[in-house]
Design a protein around this ligand. Sequence first.
Ligand SMILES: Cc1ncc(C[n+]2csc(CCOP(=O)(O)OP(=O)(O)O)c2C)c(N)n1
Length: 381
Amino acid sequence: MINPEQFYNLLKENGIDFFTGVPDSQLKNICAYISDNVSKENHIIAANEGGAVALGAGYHLATGKIPLIYMQNSGIGNATNPLLSLVDKNVYSIPMLLMIGWRGEPGIKDEPQHIKQGEVTTTLLEAMDILYKIIPNNIDKAKVIIGESIDYVKKNNCPLAFVIRKNTFEPYKLQNTIKTDYEMTREDAIKIVVDSLNDDDIIISTTGKTSRELYEYREKLNQGHENDFLTVGSMGHASQIALGIALQKPDKQVYCFDGDGAVIMHTGSLGIIGAAAPKNFKHIVFNNGAHDSVGGQPTICFNIDIPVIAKAFGYKSVFNISNRNEIVTTIEKIAQIDGPVLLEIKINKGSRVDLGRPTVSPQKNKQSFIHFLLNQKNAGC
Ligand SMILES: Cc1ncc(C[n+]2csc(CCOP(=O)(O)OP(=O)(O)O)c2C)c(N)n1
């Protein structure tokens, strides 16, 4: 394995001193090292991977230097537009390094949402004409690749991608972590919200540990999963799935369980919800100020006012709470009033070490959810 400090030092020696991206669990250790050791001005956690590519392009335009953009391979989709229509040789020809966590690498067991993305990761890069290097597990070999890659990027004024396999980096624990003193973790809050909902309310839950904790709580209660659509991939899009359902099923209360990182990834969606204004749309944002599911890197969301943003985007009512005893009364209120409604619950980051993953496949989840929506008999999961 590669020591994150040594890897970072190699980048630094080669003149790389600007970093931006969206965190990934496979890049957790190197991202944590960068977070702890690079100044705020030179390390920006972006809203989404496309934004990170554009931010890196701006850095290059202003300095002539090479930025490094990090992302999970799921983020290639978000990054594709600026990579092809801004950075590409046929447009502005901007040099940059990409560092891409390779979830779902063929032959390595991973979750369903990573399988296709893992299969096509290198093919997508080839299709975009982006040269890629798989970073070897050995610092001396990595050193040669880093040097050659930076020469290539400078000479050709184009991007090059480092593809990072599982367990490439040694562990490094984030030091500069924000400690909060709220009453609940996400799992505590999810449990109380679920207990406060009615049997026929539906939940669209966001990517990462929110969906995993919701799933496990249903298991613990011996309930089925048919009320819940677990958005295991597609980070930032749970609210639009919920909108699509809410508009078609006005008789059902539709709850979107969102994360702050996910909200910030595609915030414009809030305006679309505000404009469509379904009365049955109830948005709950579990704000832990972090990308907790992939390593706890900070988001901007403890420094912005999500309810105020939602209100400005046309939500009818917004709430902000952080205490246990407020959840039940607020959910009761929310159930009675017209949406779109947004409830922000401020929570501490962190989760159980033994948190599992859904054992029901996404397609089974979809089938039982559809049956539930159509008021048909449960498909059995
Ligand atoms: C497009 C995309 N980029 C990055 C990821 C990796 N990822 C999975 S969950 C997550 C963090 C989500 O943060 P938040 O919504 O705040 O929820 P939390 O984990 O803090 O509960 C990230 C970055 C992803 N799945 N998809």
